[in-house]
Write a protein that binds this ligand. Structure first.
Ligand SMILES: Cc1cc2nc3c(=O)[nH]c(=O)nc-3n(C[C@H](O)[C@H](O)[C@H](O)COP(=O)(O)O)c2cc1C
Length: 210
């Protein structure tokens, strides 16, 4: 099969397969605060780490049909210069899902989903106390995706991680973080998800085991 996106969508499938091709996508669970002080929390699976030193991340927001053309996480990051990435886990899957609801600007999704706001050390947005990993970030910049097609506005929001919270329970005796201990959630296509349960190791050519 070969198909082109946009007007040419000739895949003949019931749903566009794109999001089930780039899988699994980690979920950045973004907490932020508006200029007025309203706390916000929402999941983004167009999310990843983009640099190691200094550590940098991005999440990408599709404005979709929002009347104001921008989602709260993006607006808050841009207006206040800060956000936090929390890692969604298998145990927190229902909470994560609840925080994706389209609710009015004044609704705090921590309260909506029964999560605890933990005070952050370096930035104003609280982090998810129940999540074993949170990264306090400084907003860097937003890139509006140029497009060959008329479509919804797509914006990539970049941030630099200023501080990491890691729960001791996910670190093994050798000092290594073990993903199966917290089962991070990741997005597949359609309504599907996966979580990290298994790990295997491979050495790069010429590399010695540490
Ligand atoms: C698992 C999951 C992943 C999502 N990923 C994205 C994404 O990458 N980009 C996006 O714009 N919306 C994404 N959404 C939808 C947003 O979470 C939703 O629009 C939310 O209301 C945005 O909240 P905000 O306006 O408070 O930022 C995702 C939803 C779920 C459940």
């Amino acid at each position: 099969m070969f198909f082109q996106p946009g007007e040419h969508q000739q895949h003949g499938l019931p749903h566009n397969p794109f999001k089930s091709l780039v899988v699994p996508r980690p979920i950045g669970w973004i907490s932020s605060v508006s200029r007025e002080g309203i706390v916000n929390l929402a999941p983004y699976s167009f999310f990843n780490a983009v640099a190691d030193s200094p550590p940098c991340v991005f999440f990408a927001s599709n404005a979709g049909t929002r009347p104001d053309g921008i989602k709260d996480s993006q607006r808050n990051a841009e207006e206040t210069g800060e956000f936090v990435v929390n890692i969604a886990t298998w145990d927190l899957r229902d909470h994560m899902n609840e925080t994706s609801a389209s609710v009015p600007h004044h609704v705090n999704e921590f309260e909506l989903s029964g999560l605890t706001m933990a005070k952050s050390k370096l930035v104003a947005p609280p982090h998810v106390a129940e999540s074993p990993i949170s990264m306090e970030c400084r907003y860097l910049q937003t890139v509006e995706m140029p497009s060959t097609q008329a479509g919804r506005g797509n914006f990539v929001v970049f941030g630099e991680v200023l501080g990491f919270h890691i729960d001791d329970s996910i670190v093994n005796e050798g000092g290594l973080v073990e993903p199966p201990r917290f089962r991070p959630l990741a997005r597949l296509g359609y309504m599907d998800y996966t979580s990290v349960e298994q790990v295997f190791s491979m050495l790069r050519p010429g590399q010695k085991a540490t």
